[in-house]
Design a protein around this ligand. Structure first.
Ligand code: EPU
Length: 336
């Protein structure tokens, strides 16, 4: 294995933050990873780098997970079962599925990152969450270096959440994910307003998987910055869930507050709306700021530091707490 020294991580995180890795190695098999972990206990793992904000140089050995490959485990007339290695790019995998007419992931087009990290925060968009297609996954235990299997239930998936963000956080590296996708009678999800509008504008009444992924791509491109052009990590915050009582209080002052009912006494409010209402949408502070079309996304226009972006996030959190009495939770992993 080729361990490099003093490498910039700018190309390895979608925020495009330029920090230094003292030592860096790419691993392309589970075996290589296990060998490395036997020799080196204290490592920093990086995959697609799409859900992290680096605020300092990394002194540990940075291990870049780069296992590639998609295999079909079995199939019948209705379903296909695939295993995908962690280093496959998520969007490329979605496009592959759409091209093969495998249904289930078409609403999740253009989400940055790799397949191995999609279960960690149970990526979701336009009415679909990845948990509904994952059957199981494999992960290496960083302490024992053994490969372990997790069923869908073991992962304890929730909204932007899983066991990998909670009880076993930082203890495993996911090496492959298994999916069950449809080959016919696809369970299409076009109920999300923006998708309906996009399909209607093209006069599509019986959409194919490709029609849906094309619609999602068009919507995302119109609202969300492309990390290749403007550094970002997608949603920086989670949408907060508040009590109905608190929601009614907010509604008195802001009658048009958007909301989704979660349960009898719980309401989800879009963080993007809160941040926009607090006046941050499109605000630029030198090299960084809040995206002009989606206030949930913080952006790096050039050479901003992770510390600067994190300070902005904290400023936003304080403002939302003062104005709405809501604790905004950061979704991105802050590396400090
Ligand atoms: N809104 C505003 N101002 C903004 C942004 C949004 O008022 O600047 C309002 C919109 O008008 C709308 C509501 O908030 O009423 C919801 O907006 P949107 O449909 O854009 O979705 P979101 O709740 O802001 C979530 C995900 C996104 C995902 C979209 C679509 C979270 C934290 N984010 O955003 O995920 O693409 O739904 O399903 O749940 C990502 O994770 O990187 C990501 C982009």
């Amino acid at each position: 294995m080729n361990i490099k020294e003093n490498i910039s991580l700018k190309e390895y995180n979608t925020f495009g933050i330029d920090v230094n890795a003292k030592r860096f190695v790419s691993v392309n098999s589970v075996y290589q990873l296990q060998q490395l972990l036997k020799a080196e206990k204290n490592v920093f793992l990086i995959s697609g780098g799409s859900n992290m904000l680096l605020t300092k140089d990394i002194d540990k050995l940075v291990v870049h997970i780069d296992f590639k490959g998609i295999s079909i485990d079995k199939e019948d007339d209705d379903f296909v079962y695939l295993t995908v290695n962690a280093g496959e790019n998520w969007h490329d995998f979605v496009l592959y599925c759409v091209a093969q007419n495998y249904g289930g992931l078409e609403n999740l087009a253009l989400i940055p990152g790799n397949v191995g990290t999609c279960p960690i925060q149970n990526i979701g968009a336009y009415g679909v969450e990845v948990k509904d297609t994952i059957t199981k996954l494999e992960a290496v235990n960083l302490e024992t270096t053994k490969l372990e299997s997790f069923s869908n239930e073991d992962c304890n998936f929730g909204y932007r959440n899983s066991i990998f963000k909670n009880s076993v956080k930082g203890k495993y590296v996911i090496t492959s994910v298994a999916f069950k996708l449809t080959k016919r009678n696809h369970n299409l999800n076009t109920s999300y307003g923006a998708i309906e509008t996009e399909l209607a504008s093209k006069q599509i009444t019986e959409p194919t998987l490709k029609d849906i992924s094309d619609a999602v791509i068009a919507i995302r491109k119109s609202k969300l910055p492309d990390p290749k052009e403007i550094g970002n990590s997608g949603s920086f915050f989670k949408n907060p869930v508040i009590s109905k009582t608190q929601f009614l209080e907010i509604q008195k002052e802001y009658p048009n507050t958007p909301s989704y009912i979660i349960s009898e006494n719980e309401i989800k409010v879009p963080a993007g709306w809160l941040i926009e209402t607090a006046g941050f949408k499109g605000k630029r502070f030198g090299n960084y700021g809040v995206h002009e079309k989606q206030a949930l996304v913080l952006v790096n226009y050039g050479n901003a530091s992770g510390k600067e972006i994190y300070a902005l996030a904290q400023k936003i959190q304080n403002e939302i707490l003062n104005q709405f009495k809501i604790d905004l939770e950061i979704e991105v992993n802050i590396i400090k």
